[in-house]
Ligand binder design. Structure first.
Ligand SMILES: [Zn+2]
Ligand SMILES: [Zn+2]
Length: 145
């Protein structure tokens, strides 16, 4: 029997319709993929989003062309972004920013860690100054010595 670990609660469950949601990619149903989180987490996530949206009086969706709250692009549908622990509404994000945030770790600590890494790499890019003696004895003089 195939099992799968939920990406959210980390529980290992049987890979079936009982525990995971399946998404049909094509109309013919040949390419299916399972959602990374279990049905229970998926349901909680949907409920949390709804609660947060109500708390902050946000619409279900914003019109296409609304700039992303992080990168300001206007060509993508935006998703409602909230803190998963506190339900605090953070903003409307394009799917790239939303996915990126999720992959990095979805917390200030995770984003700061990445920022530190980037800054460190930037410093490393600058070549270290090579030690050069201020004065070198001209070759001719050196041979004469
Ligand atoms: Zn789960
Ligand atoms: Zn964005």
């Amino acid at each position: 029997m195939q099992t799968k670990q939920c990406s959210k609660c980390r529980e290992v469950l049987i890979l079936s319709d009982e525990f995971f949601q399946r998404n049909m990619k094509n109309g013919d149903g040949t390419r299916q993929y399972w959602r990374p989180e279990c049905k229970k987490c998926n349901k909680r996530e949907t409920q949390d989003r709804r609660r947060s949206r109500k708390m902050y009086n946000q619409p279900t969706s914003v019109p296409l062309g609304t700039p992303c709250d992080n990168c300001a692009r206007t060509d993508q549908k935006l998703v409602f972004d909230h803190c998963h622990d506190t339900l605090v509404f953070r903003g409307w994000l394009c799917s790239s920013c939303n996915k990126g945030l999720g992959m990095v770790g979805d917390s200030i600590e995770a984003v700061e860690r990445l920022l530190r890494y980037m800054k460190k790499a930037e410093r490393r890019r600058q070549p270290q100054p090579v030690y050069k003696p201020a004065y070198q004895i001209p070759v001719r003089v050196r041979q004469a010595l």
